[in-house]
Design a binder for this molecule. Structure first.
Ligand SMILES: NC(=O)C1=CN([C@@H]2O[C@H](COP(=O)(O)OP(=O)(O)OC[C@H]3O[C@@H](n4cnc5c(N)ncnc54)[C@H](O)[C@@H]3O)[C@@H](O)[C@H]2O)C=CC1
Ligand SMILES: NCC(=O)COP(=O)(O)O
Length: 371
């Protein structure tokens, strides 16, 4: 082995959360496992799920013919009451990965039996527990990266699960941000056609304008610039920014956020040598002419940027969180309750999310300073 090269045995696992047990999270893991695709990463794959529900889902998918063979996995029963201590890390790292199995299942029991496509909010605490465990193992670097399957936000909200600051649960992005003590993180979705980062995430549309503050725009741009360098290796990323209003405010006649808030911040970055535009009309920014010369787009809100991106590759897109102290990627789709256990789910987005997490983890090993 060359100096500074890391052996497969030394590589840390990718930790995959299956999310909502009534949705397709377990299906897509099983589909990849059955095709031996979880072995492409040369790393152990750890999967959080309810062990009984996983076996039942495998049986259901076998019955539909979606699984041609049933993959095998190794189950570890962990003490889920004690997830914030070294206790958890010891429990999982003391297990020897068995090469004959597609993945290691960290068993997080559901409170109620799982029925495909039927949300039961009694199981929402188990979904939140998966995220807590993932956060703990990524923070202490036991896991190289977190890759999340889909959860049903409404189920966690209706179960009364809150973020650390006591506000309503709104998504993985906000959950991991608060758990990590970050003031700000950035949601980015990426596919072959484009990368789109968002200034605001899961907010009612009526609350968006108030959230477009100088600080929010400044922090978003800084995180995008830093992580395009660190996570994608793009040292001088070319960034285009959407305005908030139609025609980027039409010179102030259709809204003033561009003049009062967005452009003054963007000018600071331009002056500092960052390759970034001033606020552009979002309807013409997302055209091939502009996208051809751009590494990332910053959109002001969720449904300004994501429908355009998903229309260019739903199923082949990765959702990632920039600005966290660890790597987190995710599928681009939701729980698809209509498909759970039926065999129609595509696992391509999960595969792409694993590829991206693995590449970022490998890059962070290469970039790690020599002791
Ligand atoms: N990463 C996450 O945790 C995400 C969670 N969600 C949550 O998922 C729930 C349902 O959201 P929806 O808007 O209905 O979106 P959805 O992505 O679950 O479903 C939209 C449509 O796409 C289809 N679809 C989704 N994933 C597919 C796959 N892998 N293969 C084939 N077809 C697929 C579904 O059958 C449905 O017709 C919501 O609670 C939402 O918050 C949505 C997006 C991401
Ligand atoms: N549209 C992406 C999405 O809603 C997923 O959000 P998160 O759970 O990754 O924060």
């Amino acid at each position: 082995m060359k100096k500074n090269e890391i052996s497969i045995q030394e590589k840390q696992p990718l930790l995959l959360t299956t999310g909502e047990p009534a949705g397709i999270g377990m299906d897509v893991v099983l589909l990849l496992a059955a095709e031996n695709k979880l072995q492409d990463f040369q790393r152990p794959i750890w999967v959080t799920a309810d062990a009984t529900a996983m076996q039942t889902r495998a049986d259901e998918l076998m019955a539909t013919g979606a699984l041609k063979r049933c993959p095998t996995w190794q189950t570890i029963n962990i003490d889920t009451d004690d997830v914030n201590t070294e206790h958890l890390t010891k429990q999982v790292t003391q297990q020897n990965a068995d090469a004959d199995h597609a993945f290691i299942l960290l068993n997080i029991p559901c409170a109620a039996p799982v029925s495909c496509g039927q949300i039961n909010i009694s199981n929402s605490a188990m979904v939140a527990k998966q995220l807590e465990i993932a956060h703990t193992l990524a923070t202490n670097k036991t896991a190289a990266a977190i890759v999340t399957g889909p959860l049903q936000k409404s189920a966690l909200i209706e179960a009364g699960i809150k973020l650390l600051d006591g506000t309503m649960f709104s998504g993985h992005t906000e959950f991991f941000m608060q758990q990590s003590g970050c003031e700000k993180v950035v949601m980015m979705l990426a596919n072959q056609a484009m990368k789109v980062a968002l200034v605001t995430t899961h907010l009612p549309l009526k609350d968006v304008p108030a959230a477009i503050t100088s600080d929010n725009v400044r922090q978003t741009v800084q995180i995008v610039v830093d992580d395009m360098r660190e996570k994608f290796g793009l040292m001088q990323p070319r960034i285009l920014v959407c305005g908030l209003n139609p025609h980027a405010g039409e010179g102030g006649h259709l809204g003033v956020e561009e003049i009062d808030i967005i452009n003054p911040v963007l000018k600071e970055f331009i002056k500092a040598g960052v390759d970034i535009s001033e606020a552009m009309p979002a309807d013409t920014l997302f055209t091939p002419k502009h996208l051809a010369n751009c590494d990332a787009v910053i959109a002001m809100y969720h449904d300004q940027g994501l429908p355009v991106l998903k229309s260019h590759g739903f199923g082949d897109t990765v959702n990632l969180t920039l600005g966290l102290p660890y790597i987190r990627t995710s599928v681009d789709h939701g729980t698809a309750l209509d498909l759970a256990g039926r065999g129609g789910a595509s696992a391509t987005s999960l595969y792409q999310a694993l590829v991206m997490a693995n590449e970022m983890a490998d890059r962070s090993i290469v970039n790690r300073p020599l002791a």
